[in-house]
Design a protein around this ligand. Structure first.
Ligand code: HEC
Length: 176
C-alpha cells in the first residue's frame, strides 16, 4: 500500500499528472456533489445545448417523450471535433419530460479518468427532478432487487454500448 502511495506521489511530482482523478467518496456522494455543482453552475443558462438539438426535442425510448440535453465545455469540444471518444471531464445532462412536458427525471453522464476503464470511464446517474438519486426494481435470478441508479448501473451501460452517435457510449445523433 505504502509503495502505491509513494509511486503515486512520485509520478505526481515528477510528471505533473495525477495518476488517477478518482471520484471523491462513494457513487452516491459523488451524485450529491454533482447535483450541487449543476445548480451552482446554473447549467440551464450557462451550458450549451447538445449540437443540433434545441429545447424539448422529441425523444426515443427509454428516456422521455421530450428531451433537453446540455453539455459542458469539454463535451462540446469533443462533439464539435467529431472525436470518437469524448474527453475526460465531459458532462452531459439530459432532462427527460413526460408527454405533458412536465419534468420526470434528469440523467447525467460524466467521464472520469480511471473510474471504470471497462466501460469508457463513464459515471452514470439518474436524478429525480428534486435531485434525489432514483432507483429501479429489477429481477435477478428470480429475486427482486432494488438498484441505485448512480455509478455503474448495468442498464445504462448495456444500452449505451450501442454508441449510436458514432462516439463511444453516446447515443444522440448530431450533425456531421
Ligand atoms: C434501453 C436503452 C437505454 C438505457 C437503458 C439508457 N439509455 Fe440513455 N440514451 C438512450 C438513447 C436511445 C439516447 C438518445 C436519446 C434520444 O435522442 O432520444 C440516450 C441518451 C442519453 C444521454 C444523452 C447523451 C447521449 O448518450 O446521447 C444521457 C446523459 C443518458 N442517455 C443517460 C442515461 C443514464 C444515466 C441511464 C441509466 C440510468 C441511461 N441513459 C439508460 C438509450 C438508453
Amino acid at each position: 500500500m505504502y509503495r502505491i502511495i509513494f509511486l503515486s506521489v512520485f509520478l505526481l511530482i515528477f510528471t505533473g499528472l495525477p495518476v488517477y482523478q478518482v471520484l471523491s467518496g462513494s457513487d452516491k456522494e459523488h451524485a450529491a456533489n454533482l447535483w450541487d455543482m449543476m445548480q451552482k453552475d446554473d447549467y440551464r443558462d450557462t451550458w450549451k445545448h447538445y449540437p443540433g438539438k434545441g429545447v424539448l426535442y422529441k425523444g426515443a425510448h427509454p428516456h422521455g417523450a421530450f428531451l433537453t440535453t446540455y453539455v459542458n465545455g469539454p463535451a462540446l469540444k469533443g462533439l464539435n471535433a467529431h472525436d470518437k471518444e469524448l474527453p475526460y471531464g465531459s458532462i452531459l445532462i439530459k432532462e427527460n419530460y413526460k408527454p405533458d412536458k412536465t419534468l420526470a427525471a434528469i440523467t447525467v453522464m460524466e467521464r472520469v479518468k480511471g473510474y471504470n476503464p471497462d466501460a469508457g470511464d463513464w459515471y452514470w446517474v439518474k436524478f429525480s427532478p428534486k435531485g434525489d438519486v432514483m432507483t429501479k426494481d429489477v429481477e435477478m435470478d428470480g429475486k427482486k432487487k432494488t438498484v441505485t441508479l448512480a455509478g455503474k448501473p448495468k442498464g445504462c451501460i448495456g444500452c449505451h454500448t450501442a454508441s449510436v452517435a458514432g462516439i463511444k457510449y453516446i447515443m444522440t445523433p448530431y450533425p456531421k
